[in-house]
Write a protein that binds this ligand. Sequence first.
Ligand code: ADP
Ligand code: MG
Length: 255
Amino acid sequence: MKKIIVISSGKGGVGKTTTAVNLGAAMNHFGKDVVIVDGNLSTPNIGIHLNSPEVPISLNDVLKKRAELNEAIYQHHSGLKIIPSSLSIKELKKTKLKRLKELKKELNKLSEHIIIDSAAGLGEEAISAIEMADELILVTNPEMPAITDALKTIKLAEQQKIPVTGVIVTRVRQDKIELQPETVKEMLEVPVMGMIPEDITIKKAVNEKNSVIHTHPRSKPARAYKEIAARLFDIEYDSRKERPSFLKRIFKKEK
Ligand code: ADP
Ligand code: MG
């Protein structure tokens, strides 16, 4: 697995930030050192997900050369390391997004692995994040608009010669109308790295300002994210062994 992984989508609201947080937490679970960077400077969410909505030194300060990158790292109580961006619109206006690329060298020195959560769309902000990638992971939902937008991002990555590791399909409900994984694979022509079910534990984890890996380690989404992380590192992991007991399942207790 390469160093800088950018989580990208095309369409907004598909589950990028959720995936950045939980893939990072799953990598931590397997003993990997990782820093999650909020590369979505216009609508930053990593800090909100992980209990650091406003921090004294953010990525914006680093981009403005007011601080060093390692001064903007914060550690969540779960152990997850993050570099949040500022929620302030005033700060955003003063931030030069193009500088993001200049940080690549420093990011390389920071940690074993870096996950960058990026903005939706294919504007300057999203492209600045994509250009930093050693590898790109797409997040999509099993529906046509999300897939069409993901395809555009894949084409852009190809033009920039950035390898696309695959696509994570999230918010899967397994109903009759959603697209099947084989169809997603055929349309995007990249491997499907995993399927994350639509599940209430994701919302509960956000509410607890933590990853679902920590709040509901045996839940379906937590096991699905762990499966993806394990595969990325060729680690043996049998998610069935972490399934909740039969009784807990029938009483719908996720833990
Ligand atoms: P993006 O970063 O792509 O905009 P988010 O990660 O913020 O997307 O997710 C968008 C919304 O979908 C959030 O409210 C999040 O809680 C919800 N969500 C994401 N993944 C799941 C899931 N597997 N099950 C239920 N809700 C989810
Ligand atoms: Mg987001």
